[in-house]
Design a protein around this ligand. Sequence first.
Ligand SMILES: C[S@@+](CC[C@H](N)C(=O)[O-])C[C@H]1O[C@@H](n2cnc3c(N)ncnc32)[C@H](O)[C@@H]1O
Length: 221
Amino acid sequence: VAGEKEQLRRSWDANAEAWCSAVRDDLIESRRTVTNAAIIAAVLEEKPGRVLDIGCGEGWLARRLSAAGATVTGFDASAPLIEAANRAGGGSFLALTYDDVAANPRSLGGPFDTMVANFSLLDDRAGDLLRSLRTVLAAEGRLIVQTTHPLAVAGEAYVDGWRTETFAGFPGEWPEAMPWYFRTVSSWWRLLLEAGFTVISLREPMYESRPMPASLLLLAG
Ligand SMILES: C[S@@+](CC[C@H](N)C(=O)[O-])C[C@H]1O[C@@H](n2cnc3c(N)ncnc32)[C@H](O)[C@@H]1O
């Protein structure tokens, strides 16, 4: 299983270029039409203050939140994505893996009022990361997680486990497939509880064009 987590992390170096253009040229329909606005609204409703962007990628969310007045620190394992984030600005961006941060959460600075993970809790050990991040969360701080909607992506088997994303449905050239860990709705809930959080609310942002959710969005404290 360590192999899958490692391949997952590495795929974001290989796919960094394709990812940057998918995000920056707004090529992903679910993001363009639903989930970008959903995560921004969920964070801004919490009066974000000092924000930690967990697995920030090329930094689009940090840029949007800092434009709205937040002070954003982002971290991500992918050196090319962190480079792209730093070039574009809008926050302090650190090249750190989830294991680095779990071992030493204070390397991020903090405390943080709001922590946000937008489609970035992708491995089976996310609980270790979240438990350590609680130590740099302000009193009354919030964690907001957006993820693919388990029912929408389950396919044949609604059970936790490793899957593979080939990005075949995405525009551009994606050199490496990405292993990722599927969780049911109740497993997402339990992940947060076991990391010491209380789930405050759960949203299912919907497509306007069809009666299906584009994501699952959890707010925890
Ligand atoms: C789908 S992208 C989302 C990026 C960004 N949050 C966004 O909304 O555009 C997932 C991100 O998680 C990061 N990631 C995955 N595993 C990681 C790990 N073990 N440590 C740090 N970052 C990781 C990847 O590098 C990638 O940038």
